[in-house]
Each structure stands twice: as C-alpha cells, then as structure tokens.
Design a protein around this ligand. Sequence first.
Ligand code: ZN
Ligand code: ZN
Length: 204
Amino acid sequence: MIYDVAPETVPCAVCDRAARERVHRGCRDRMADDLRDLPQLYRQLAVALLPGRRGDGPAVSSTPGSSMPSNEDALDLRSRGGIEGVVGGWARDLCDRENWDVPAYQSVQAIVDWACTVLLTNLGVICDEHPAVKEIAQELGKVTAQARGLVTGEKQPRKIGVCCPCGRTLKITIDTAGVRCPSCSAQYGHSEALRLPLAERRAA
Ligand SMILES: [Zn+2]
Ligand SMILES: [Zn+2]
C-alpha cells in the first residue's frame, strides 16, 4: 500500500498540532472570532453591571447591596488592564514592532475597539511572524471566554481572594490546581492555596 507523502507539516505555533501553515486555520479563526466579539462583549458587560437590569444577565443573588463576584469580574474585565490590558497590550506591542503610531485614546472602550481592529487587520502577519503568537492566542481565548461566560450567565467557578503571607491577594477557585504569587513567587498547591487566610473583600 502506498501512502501519499504528507505535505510538509510543522507543529502549529499555537496548538502544536501538525499544520501546513505556521498557525493552523482553526486556531487563526478562533483568534479572529475572539477579536470580532470582544468590542461587543465589552459593551454587554456594562449592561450586565446595570442595577435593575439583571433579568437576562448572569444569575446573581438578590441580596440588596451585596457585591457579587460576577459583577466584580465584569468590572475587572471592563477596567483598564482587563480586556483592554490584553488587546491593548498586544496592539501596542505590534505598533512598536512596526513603528506605527499608537493613538492617544482616553476611554477604555475606544482602546478596546482600536486594538481589536488593529489585531484583526494584522492577524495574518501575527500568525505568520509574531514570536508570541501562542501567548496572544491564549490570552485572547481566556479573556473572551470569561467575558462570554459573564454575559451569557454561564456558571463560572467562583473566585475567592486569599492572602499570601507577603500581603498580596491571590484569586483562586475552589478547584484550583495551584497558584503562584506574582509578588513574592511563592508557589501553592491545591490544598495549600485553600488553606491560606481569606482576604477581606475590597470595595470595588
Ligand atoms: Zn493550531
Ligand atoms: Zn506572596
């Protein structure tokens, strides 16, 4: 039996599956979908945060005045460093590489819109050449999944804040595999992380 000689394949730079291109079609399409959805998700998260309009939003407790984890997460995603941190960071990185000007937008929403457009427009170059394309794909996937989960009300594992002895609050979930403190580099396994003292919830 004669097998066709497979066309030259290399591992996809994102998922490591054999691919003919540096980043295989599926991974590239997923990134494109994320970048197309994020500006809209950013706006939908604001609606999810409006008091009295939670009817079709994420399931939240009706306890008045309580600060719900899903709202905190939505706020985190909408703040500077949330969705903006991911797409804005990589868009600025791309502009630096290409010697393009970075517009001085003030609003987070404007930065998210700009960054998603820049990254989407240049997705081909990113997939063909960017040394960190795997990190870009992973970060986009993670932040988009978080935002989609909050907007559609899909159950997210609840986050708990615990205190590292160095003073840093670490966000973990009950099924965490482990966590590393970004401040002091202490590494905690599952049961160690859950044994850390609970952090006081900060006012948002
Ligand atoms: Zn792939
Ligand atoms: Zn620490």
